[in-house]
Design a protein around this ligand. Structure first.
Ligand SMILES: Nc1ncnc2c1ncn2[C@@H]1O[C@H](COP(=O)(O)OP(=O)(O)O)[C@@H](O)[C@H]1O
Ligand SMILES: O=P(O)(O)O[C@H]1O[C@H](CO)[C@@H](O[C@H]2O[C@H](CO)[C@@H](O)[C@H](O)[C@H]2O)[C@H](O)[C@H]1O
Length: 452
């Protein structure tokens, strides 16, 4: 079965990949998709195939993971997206909830298929035979939910070595961190770059994500034109305060579990140089950022001068925003420790300032407040409300953080924090341009405000 599948993938993927939400290379065309390895996981009816595909985009090459399914009599909703040279219909297997049972059961039984190895954490028992439904929210990867118990994330763009999301979850669990979902197992590839293919975790059922909660609060405020943020029913400041405390607790656990050391001489210079380089790259693809270039570089340079050694560097979350935090009945949990999907993995795991995560979350409050205004005619009153909501919740978050963090109040490092926020906003400009061009005005407007 391998040959026809290989040919089909090479033909079909260059057209199909750019339309997938999880495809991380939307900034340039796909010149070629080379299937580099195909392994049959189930060889009857249904069939399940694991494929690694090298995607070539001008001078960039990345490897993506795909799962393909095929059935003799597929239900209508699974009708083939591709047909191989033998006339067999194949589809994106993560849409087939029944077929995805295979992955959970393979982890439970610690099976292997050639170089693909399925692992279960020690002392964990797993229920088998559950169907795996794909999460429908926007994702950089693909996650499957099994009953109300487990969630399996299949990494799409693979990076060499253990995935930071898995490593960090395991490290945090080992020190008893209360603000993460329990790691339950993983899928590894023991060939080539030895990437992590998937990660199984406890599913936090009934949790609400921070983005949904925050944007509901903003909507409540916008609907009550004559009330202030602290007067409307959906005020978020209490939650923002608890969230700040939870992020500080996770930072303390990360420092304990992995590393923490003072900033070395010249280290801040390296960080500032990286900010400039990122700006260079983003300016090439988003000319609308050019009018802000000088002001942005000025803020970066100010941070260089602070020689801010007050906050030790350590492992951090790396891409913290309101969509990465879940409110459970027991408090806030942080998810997705993979870092920024677009950054090279070796950059993501070097020790960095925890203020980066604080800056990420502060940016997110800004996003939540302003996304309702995108594409709307300018309304002074709503703009004032949005600013009021942002300031109230950013302040509450920092208060909560300061109460728990051994590093004190993030606002004491105002200059560095401002540069980190701007750097994040520059990243967001590239992210929005590639994924949601309608939302580009959100980071662009913020940049104008922060840099002025
Ligand atoms: N442990 C969990 N319990 C419940 N829902 C989760 C859990 N982990 C992730 N999710 C949900 O799955 C979505 C995608 O997860 P995430 O780790 O952010 O994936 P990605 O790396 O693809 O962005 C999240 O937005 C969240 O709604
Ligand atoms: O897919 P990930 O969750 O790993 O992160 C990427 O996608 C995020 C959007 O889903 C993006 O976050 C940006 O938009 C959020 C609102 O949707 C906002 O809360 C964040 O502050 C903003 O950065 C994230 O940057 C990107 O890496």
């Amino acid at each position: 079965m391998t040959e026809p599948v290989l040919r089909m993938l090479a033909d079909e993927l260059p057209k199909w990949l750019p339309h997938q939400r999880w495809f991380g290379g939307k900034d340039r065309p796909v010149t070629e998709a080379r299937p580099v390895r195909v392994i049959t996981l189930l060889d009857n009816d249904p069939r399940l195939v694991h494929a690694l595909v090298e995607v070539v985009q001008e001078d960039r090459k990345s490897v993506y993971q795909l799962l393909l399914g095929s059935r003799d009599n597929p239900p209508e909703y699974l009708s083939g997206v591709w047909i191989d040279s033998e006339g067999r219909h194949w589809y994106e297997a993560t849409a087939d909830a029944e077929l995805m049972t295979f992955l959970l059961d393979a982890i439970a039984e610690e099976e292997s298929a050639g170089p693909i190895a399925f692992h279960r954490e020690t002392d964990v028992d797993l229920d088998e035979g559950l169907r795996g439904r794909a999460v429908t929210s926007e994702q950089s990867n693909t996650s499957l939910i099994y009953g109300q118990q487990y969630i399996l994330k299949l990494f799409r763009k693979l990076s060499a070595g253990p995935n930071p999301d898995l490593q960090i979850h395991r490290a945090l669990h080992s020190v008893g961190c209360e603000h993460i979902a329990q790691p339950l197992g993983w899928i590894s590839d023991d060939e080539g770059d030895r990437p992590t293919l998937g990660m199984l975790q406890q599913f936090l059922a009934d949790a609400a994500d921070g983005w949904a909660m925050a944007t509901t609060s903003v909507r409540d405020l916008m609907a009550e034109a004559d009330l202030h943020a602290d007067e409307v029913g959906g005020d978020f400041a209490g939650e923002a305060h608890r969230l700040g405390a939870a992020v500080a607790a996770v930072h303390a656990d990360l420092a304990r579990a992995l590393d923490s050391r003072p900033v070395e001489p010249g280290e801040l210079d390296v960080a500032v140089d990286a900010m400039h380089r990122r700006l260079d790259t983003v300016l090439e693809t988003v000319p609308a950022l050019a009018p802000q270039e000088e002001a942005i570089r000025g803020v970066f340079e100010e941070a260089r001068g602070t020689a801010d050694g007050g906050v030790p560097v350590q492992h951090v979350h790396g891409d913290l925003h309101l969509g990465q935090v879940l409110r459970t009945v027991n408090g806030w949990a942080l998810i997705d420790f993979e870092g920024e999907p677009a950054a090279p993995v070796h950059e993501r795991s070097v020790p960095r300032s925890p203020l980066r995560d604080v800056a990420g979350m502060l940016r997110s409050f800004d996003y939540a407040a302003h996304q309702l205004l995108v594409g709307q005619p300018e309304d002074h009153q709503l703009a004032v409300r949005a600013r009021e909501w942002t300031n109230r919740n950013r302040g509450a978050f920092c208060d909560g953080y300061a109460e728990v963090s051994p590093n004190g109040d993030p606002r004491d490092h105002e200059v560095l924090l401002r540069a980190l926020e701007l750097d994040k906003a520059v990243y967001e400009v590239a992210y929005e341009q590639a994924n949601r061009p309608d939302w580009l005005p959100i980071p662009l407007t913020s940049i104008a405000r922060i840099a002025s």
